[in-house]
Write a protein that binds this ligand. Structure first.
Ligand SMILES: [Mn+2]
Length: 434
């Protein structure tokens, strides 16, 4: 099409600047234009004149005859349509297009989870909170963003779910695998006081975890996938998951992030006040201190942000018990290899997966603290599916920063939803009868 664009864009302009303004020249230009358009569109151009005529005041039989005589099948030919009776709404019982309707995650049924006590296997719940961010706010819109990004999810077999054709995950549709999945909506979290908001989140999780499971072969209680929210929320998610499912040694925490998030509060925030010491860069320090984290069986994946002080690495590895896989380790070991390393660190322990959206490269997403040198969406989907067989008792996606007018909002939302979709695959495949 290159020649065509050049012809349309530059020739008439050049002509108006340099060509003599005489009748013969204009005629040759018009003929050239007509034959050019005819070459491209053929007699469709002729038929479009018919449409214009028919829509105008001068519809006449002669033109209709021409249309019928046209060798091309006419795309807008009038058909006699029979619509149902005015009171017939039977077709309204079908779900409308995927871009329509009230939005829950992947079109799951919305449930009253905080007060009612019906059995649920996996509950999605939002944590709209961003009072713990050190840089870019907007993750309070993340739960809604992840739901918006999930509108094309909700059933069917994906040709890329599972890394091996023979794997159970490869043939799994988590939304139709016998488990009861619901969307609980959001925990009401005040935007004016972070400690009260986090306490609300803890109580919300506690209320959901008290539900019995519906059809699970592995769990007596509901498992939760939380849509964040800045990363501070994970402390509450993890606390309630640990209290519901945890072994005395803690949960193996699989932490996807560009940042270690185990910063000593004295280094990050704590110099100001105790209140400020709990934030999205220190929550894992507090989680490890509280015993929620299984030391030496927990791992960071995708790390690349600079350390703040000289003690950070030692504090992270020795005091908090995390192994570290950097974003460049994905180049060295490959995505599948990274998944194998994570599995060897976690073993058969109960695990909690927390995914900071900034694991993705800065080019894909908007998040609380963007970093260069991140992972591609395909690498991440391959690593996540490579975790097939891990016993996940809870998951969250955090730092989904989709404030109004955010650049990259659509891809941020879509990738957040896709990560949750992968989490649901992992949680469901572990919970299938043999
Ligand atoms: Mn984080």
């Amino acid at each position: 099409m290159h020649w065509f664009l050049i012809a349309l864009t530059f020739v008439p302009h050049a002509a108006s600047l340099s060509a003599p303004n005489n009748y013969e020249y204009r005629l040759s230009q018009e003929n050239a234009k007509e034959s050019l358009m005819h070459d491209i569109f053929g007699s469709l151009m002729h038929d479009s004149n018919i449409i214009a005529e028919r829509n105008g005041a001068h519809r006449n039989e002669q033109l209709l005859e021409q249309q019928e005589a046209s060798p091309i099948s006419f795309p807008f030919k009038m058909n006699q349509l029979h619509y149902p009776d005015i009171d017939d709404l039977t077709d309204f019982k079908q779900r409308g297009p995927l871009f329509s309707g009230i939005v829950t995650f992947a079109h799951l049924p919305q449930d009253e989870c905080f007060f009612a006590r019906e059995p649920i296997d996996i509950a999605i719940v939002g944590a709209p909170f961003d009072l713990g961010v050190s840089y870019n706010s907007g993750a309070r819109f993340g739960p809604n963003g992840a739901r918006q990004g999930s509108r094309r999810l909700g059933g069917g077999n994906s040709p890329i779910r599972g890394n091996y054709r023979a794997s159970k995950l490869r043939r799994l549709d988590p939304y139709n695998a016998g488990l009861k999945l619901v969307d609980c909506g959001d925990v009401p979290m005040t935007p004016f006081d972070s400690r009260i908001a986090l306490n609300q989140l803890y109580r919300g999780h506690h209320a959901i975890h008290k539900h019995s499971s519906f059809n699970s072969t592995q769990f007596n209680n509901t498992r939760i996938v939380t849509l964040g929210g800045d990363h501070t929320i994970t402390l509450m998610n993890l606390r309630s998951a640990y209290e519901t499912f945890g072994d005395p040694g803690g949960l193996a925490v699989i932490h996807f992030d560009a940042h270690i998030d185990t910063w000593d509060p004295k280094v990050l925030g704590g110099g100001i006040s105790d209140y400020a010491s709990l934030n999205h860069g220190t929550f894992l320090h507090f989680a490890a201190e509280a015993g929620y984290v299984a030391k030496n069986h927990s791992v960071h994946v995708g790390i690349r942000a600079p350390f703040i002080s000289g003690i950070d690495e030692k504090h992270d590895a020795v005091d908090c018990g995390f192994k570290t896989l950097t974003s460049k380790d994905v180049d060295v070991y490959t995505a599948k290899g990274i998944a194998e390393i994570i599995k060897s660190i976690v073993g058969h322990r109960k695990a909690y997966l927390t995914f900071d959206l900034d694991t993705f490269d800065v080019g894909y997403i908007n998040s609380g603290t963007l970093e260069a040198g991140g992972l591609s969406s395909r690498e991440i989907l391959t690593i996540l599916d490579g975790l097939e067989g891990i016993n996940l008792v809870g998951c969250d996606i955090v730092e989904v920063s989709t404030a109004p007018n955010t650049v990259n909002s659509a891809s941020t939302e879509l990738l957040a939803a896709q990560v949750v979709d992968s989490m649901l695959g992992l949680m469901t495949v572990f919970d299938q009868p043999e």
